[in-house]
Ligand binder design. Structure first.
Ligand code: SF4
Length: 448
């Protein structure tokens, strides 16, 4: 059972020494109760108290990590039901499934294509996290497929087999990695639990109800397996949404430890229609799946899912930022236009991509606006004449230019006079409001 702040306080040394970074033991206890502090921060807690506190201090959703060759896919440690309440921490792992009855060369080429897929999004490189290998026949066939996958890409694995003996062969082939094994249900869980313990892997359990999953999780945990992943045995949008949401709600709001585990989802089993599969994957990413297994790899479907995942798992209080400074686009010379914008990543890439696409050389000055977009930063006083003036002066920009003209974003035309005062001798111009109108604006510049 989770302990209240006061119950935790009674187990702490109560010396208020501040070594934990909090002003009092009570303040630390309250943070522990809210899962916002780590018990290890108090070096003075007794072993006996630590033992009592350990369960209470544990995250409501256990962190489960699968790995291969230093690459990890993690899920868990989440504290809130909705991202805007705080943030989500560990992005959903996206896996591509292959079957062991496919020809080895087909498996290899599928894996090669999917593993090589990388796409840049607002300065981040996005890609899939690993592969799921499913057994359809005997252990040797399964092992050969696992070896084929690992021979091409050393990425985290999800191994799927209904028979523990077949799974054992797959695990032997995956030696040196830490996979997630899928296949245990109310009848077969003991064999899978033995394998999970022997190989140190994580394992799923499946049941069609919360009660069933909860009971099974307790049995598996009692058998010595801690890293459990829940596979709600439903394959339709409505039931999946309901079970995933209830599972997470029970873990976070009711502190129901038996459901405090990551969830795996198989959108390809929801429908034969690729569009419906993408909808199921979207729902899974947004509503609590920690691992999503897709049956087909296609850049057209993977890209939006990766972007969706990135946006959902971006801390809303820490916008994605780019480094402030002067950026060169299309090899600009001294007579190229100088534009200024903020260091909110999406703003930067919107502007930079439009200028880059226009083929017109330009200088893009990125001012430190604490990662906010132009209008938000202006409204918050983070993109004002003083900051713009400071950005221009700090980069020795004038030395690179044969002119003294600075283009402001159209949305902050109101700053024109103040920026002129900050930068005597400079001509301040007002550019378009939207980045998409920059190419036409710059064409006028280059022809003037
Ligand atoms: S370090 Fe431990 S003893 Fe010191 S104030 Fe924090 S909780 Fe109390």
């Amino acid at each position: 059972m989770a302990l209240s702040g006061i119950q935790i306080y009674k187990l702490l040394p109560q010396t208020n020494c501040k070594d934990c970074g909090f002003p009092t033991c009570l303040a630390f206890a309250m943070k522990l109760a809210a899962k916002q502090a780590d018990l290890d921060k108090c070096p003075h807690v007794s072993d006996e108290a630590r033992e009592q506190l350990a369960e209470s201090a544990a995250p409501p959703v256990r962190l489960v990590t699968i790995s291969a060759d230093g690459r990890e896919a993690k899920s868990g440690n989440e504290l809130v039901l909705f991202r805007h309440e705080k943030t989500f921490y560990n992005p959903t792992g996206i896996f591509i499934r292959v079957y062991d009855d496919e020809p080895t060369e087909t498996i290899k080429s599928k894996v090669e294509e999917a593993a090589a897929y990388k796409v840049e999004y607002v300065g981040m490189e996005l890609g899939i996290d690993g592969f799921a290998v499913e057994a359809t026949a005997d252990g040797e066939t399964f092992a050969a497929a696992v070896r084929a996958v690992l021979g091409v890409a050393q990425l985290p694995l999800i191994l799927i087999a209904r028979d523990p003996e077949v799974m054992a062969k797959g695990l032997e082939a995956a030696e040196g990695t830490r996979p997630l094994i899928v296949g245990a249900d109310a009848e077969s869980w003991q064999g899978f639990a033995e394998l999970a313990k022997k190989h140190g892997s994580a394992m799923t359990i499946t049941a069609g109800s919360l009660k069933g999953m909860s009971e099974l999780a307790d049995q598996v945990k009692e058998a010595g397996v801690e890293d459990i992943v829940l596979d709600p045995a439903v394959r339709d949008l409505r039931s999946s949404l309901a079970l995933n949401t209830l599972t997470r709600r029970m873990a976070l709001k009711k502190n129901h430890r038996s459901l405090g585990y990551p969830i795996v989802s198989f959108p390809g089993e929801f429908s034969d229609d690729e569009g419906m599969v993408v909808i199921a994957a979207t729902q899974a990413i947004t509503k609590y799946a920690g691992f999503v297994v897709l049956d087909r790899f296609s850049p057209a479907t993977i890209y939006p899912l990766l972007v969706l995942r990135t946006n959902i798992y971006t801390d809303p209080q820490k916008p994605i930022q780019v480094q402030p400074g002067l950026y060169e686009i299309n090899d600009p010379g001294p007579d190229a236009p100088l534009m200024v914008t903020t260091n909110f990543s999406i703003t930067y890439f919107s502007v930079a991509n439009e200028v880059d696409g226009s083929g017109i050389p330009g200088w893009l000055l990125v001012a430190d606006a604490e990662g906010m977009s132009v209008l938000t930063a202006w409204a918050a006083g983070k993109f004002d004449a003083e900051r713009i003036g400071k950005a221009v002066k700090s980069g020795n920009i004038a030395d690179k230019l044969s002119h003294r003209k600075l283009i402001l974003p159209g949305h902050v035309s109101v700053l024109m006079g103040e920026v002129e005062e900050e930068l005597p001798g400079w001509q301040i111009l007002v550019g378009p409001r939207e980045a998409v109108d920059l190419p036409a604006y710059l064409k006028l510049w280059s022809s003037s």
